[in-house]
Design a protein around this ligand. Structure first.
Ligand code: B12
Ligand code: SF4
Ligand code: SF4
Length: 219
């Protein structure tokens, strides 16, 4: 209930993308709470300022924002790549593009995030070792690599098999090339049935695309 609580505490309003945002910081912040029995003054709830904007609804790759202020979490890439254990519904896979952990598209297009400032908190900074890497590098990770590179990071939550499942989907959505197809073939021999199933799907995508010459890719 962090968002409704934060809205009532005056920290911002819940936007049409269903995240909390405010006029000075946009929405790129996390929420946290301190519990106390101090008799603090009661804050005024924040008022909404989305107006007629619907940029987040239009930008969502999977149509997860089914109505203003209403999210179908089962379609959200954040859910599919982080929380879902098991197989990603096939009809959503082509829409996921190359997003291998979470998604921020609905926030990236929000006009209020023009005012968002990068945090000075080191834990929120991108890690050099995993920044600007190609999919084939992630696809080559062993379980040890996964644990080493994600120590202390939220990416751990996806789990090794879940993470490689996400990479397999992204490979299926990538433009066809010998490197991409080679990575998929390698994942199709992975010990995990979950990874193998997604790699088989990815392989079929490239087979089809090579025939039609059409590459379906949302980068
Ligand atoms: C479950 C969850 C998800 C789910 C569902 C998200 C959703 N929008 O419903 C999934 C996995 C999809 C998800 C994704 C993301 N999440 Co999330 N998530 C949560 C979590 C753990 C619980 C939210 C929840 O379900 N609360 C319980 C329900 C009952 O509350 P609610 O949906 O707000 O509903 C209330 C009202 O809105 C209203 N209501 C809702 N529906 C209806 C319907 C009717 C008819 C009525 C009358 C009322 C009503 O009543 C409810 C009670 O007040 C919170 C942390 C927390 N503990 O709160 C983080 C949290 C919301 N997530 C967060 C973040 C950052 C994300 C992502 C950006 C991560 C990413 N980069 O991939 C994405 C954003 C996706 C999006 N557009 O929302 C942050 C948001 C920060 C912010 N500025 O708002 C939070 C607060 C975590 C944190 N501590 O910072 N998340
Ligand atoms: S996080 Fe991505 S998939 Fe989820 S609602 Fe926002 S744009 Fe859509
Ligand atoms: S993109 Fe527009 S509609 Fe969506 S939360 Fe931001 S201001 Fe509101």
């Amino acid at each position: 209930m962090e968002k409704p609580l934060a809205e009532k505490a005056g920290l911002g309003w819940i936007g049409k993308h269903t995240n909390l945002l405010n006029k000075t910081d946009g929405s790129w912040f996390f929420l946290g709470e301190l519990y106390t029995d101090l008799p603090l003054p009661v804050d005024q709830p924040a008022t909404g300022h989305c107006g007629s904007c619907r940029a987040c609804i239009d930008a969502c790759p999977t149509g997860a924002i089914v109505a203003p202020y209403e999210l179908d979490a089962r379609r959200c890439i954040s859910y599919l790549t982080i929380e879902l254990r098991g197989s990603i519904p096939e009809h959503l896979r082509p829409l996921m593009g190359n997003r291998i952990f979470g998604c921020d598209d609905c926030q990236a297009v929000c006009p209020w995030n023009r005012f968002a400032q990068a945090s000075g908190e080191g834990d929120f900074s991108p890690r050099d070792a995993v920044t600007d890497r190609e999919l084939n590098w992630f696809a080559s990770w062993t379980e040890d690599d996964f644990h080493r590179h994600t120590a202390g990071s939220a990416i751990r939550r996806a789990g090794y098999e879940g993470f490689l499942r996400n990479v397999a989907v992204a490979l299926g959505n990538a433009p066809t090339s010998p490197i991409i197809v080679g990575c998929i073939d390698k994942l199709a021999r992975h010990p995990s049935p979950l990874v193998r199933e997604h790699a088989e799907w990815a392989r079929k995508r490239h087979g089809k695309e090579a025939d039609s010459g059409v590459v379906h890719y949302r980068g």
